[in-house]
Design a protein around this ligand. Structure first.
Ligand SMILES: NC(=O)c1ccc[n+]([C@@H]2O[C@H](COP(=O)([O-])OP(=O)(O)OC[C@H]3O[C@@H](n4cnc5c(N)ncnc54)[C@H](OP(=O)(O)O)[C@@H]3O)[C@@H](O)[C@H]2O)c1
Length: 300
């Protein structure tokens, strides 16, 4: 299939590479041209604008920072909506509020194209290997059309309702993780004085009732951060997590409720960003709060 990927951030680049691996003819576009080079070198075609990309493919995939990025890539005079998208399949995978996807779906459908949203769980590694967790929103018919392509990007795809439902589910699944990173930092404040090896601690906590799945995959990286190092190259950085928490808070308010744990956690991530941690991977957050709490407290 001829597939276009508009937006080659960490996730877009990994997804485009995956789609090439499984045999699609991939065309790419990105606002910042230097991110095009690795994919072009691997054989991807390069479009000069999103509109041009739209005209040469059968399906379009986007995964962009936020609502403003979506507006820029779709609605710019040379954006995707200005291209020939009639009859084509559009899959939008960014993490945003449901209302953003609902509004976009109307505009895409008005041009005669099929629209499915499918935000994803999992980070760059799973994206590269086609092992994301997809939560799709769309009509049953539109989802059926998108499913074969989504199945090549995801180890599991669930159709959770009409457009907007995928975004609701995505915000819901990320919320406990983001609070957990801070909870783990606070937990470490209570046991740091024991002087236990952080690698052992992560392995041990993974075996306890309070542990989420993320410890199985990110435990060693978190241990490196707790030991005073870094959790490694940023796949999902602290600024991106701040964006997700702010989006959750806005969505909670739109639904008439406060999310007090999210609000408190967001304030802490904002402090971490002010302290220069914003470009570091989220797996560093468990080390941030201990770094703010003096190690020399009560003895024993
Ligand atoms: N990273 C993860 O682990 C992960 C996992 C699941 C979901 N997500 C979600 O996936 C989305 C992308 O995340 P990412 O980590 O890949 O982000 P990223 O590396 O920062 O990439 C963001 C992409 O959006 C583009 N963009 C931003 N503003 C734009 C604008 N005004 N006009 C045109 N393009 C614009 C960027 O273009 P430039 O290159 O020109 O800046 C880039 O292609 C986010 O919604 C995120 O929450 C991320």
């Amino acid at each position: 299939m001829r597939v276009g990927v508009a937006g080659l951030g960490r996730m877009g680049s990994a997804i485009a590479a995956r789609l090439m691996d499984v045999g699609h003819e991939v065309t790419v576009w990105n606002r910042t041209p230097d991110k095009l080079e690795p994919l072009a070198a691997a054989g991807a075609k390069v479009a000069a604008t999103p509109a041009q990309l739209a005209g040469t493919v059968e399906a379009i995939v986007t995964i962009l920072t936020n609502r403003d990025a979506i507006a820029a890539v779709y609605e710019h005079p040379a954006g995707l909506l200005a291209g020939d998208i009639k009859g084509k399949l559009v899959i939008e995978m960014s993490t945003v509020q449901p209302e953003t996807e609902i509004a976009l779906a109307e505009k895409v459908r008005a041009k005669g194209a099929t629209f499915v949203e499918c935000p994803v769980g999992g980070t760059v590694g799973p994206a590269r290997e086609g092992k994301l967790l997809g939560v799709a929103g769309g009509t049953a018919e539109d989802f059926s059309r998108a499913r074969p392509l989504l199945a090549q990007m995801c180890r599991r795809v669930e159709h959770v309702g009409p457009v907007g439902a995928g975004s609701s589910m995505k915000l819901a699944l990320n919320l406990p993780l983001m609070i957990y990173y801070q909870a783990l930092g606070e937990s470490y404040v209570l046991c740091r004085h024991l002087g236990l090896d952080p690698k052992w601690l992560m392995e041990f906590l993974t075996d306890t009732s309070g542990a989420p799945n993320v410890l199985k995959t990110r435990g060693p990286r978190i241990a490196a951060a707790l030991a005073g190092g870094d959790a490694g190259p940023p796949a999902f950085d602290i600024e991106s997590i701040r964006k997700d928490l702010a989006t959750m808070l806005a969505e909670g308010r739109a639904r008439g409720g406060d999310l007090p744990l999210v609000a408190t956690t967001l304030a802490i991530y904002e402090e971490a960003i002010r302290d220069g941690w914003g470009k570091r991977d989220g797996a560093n957050i468990p080390a941030y709060w201990p770094s703010r709490v003096p190690a020399a407290g009560r003895k024993g």
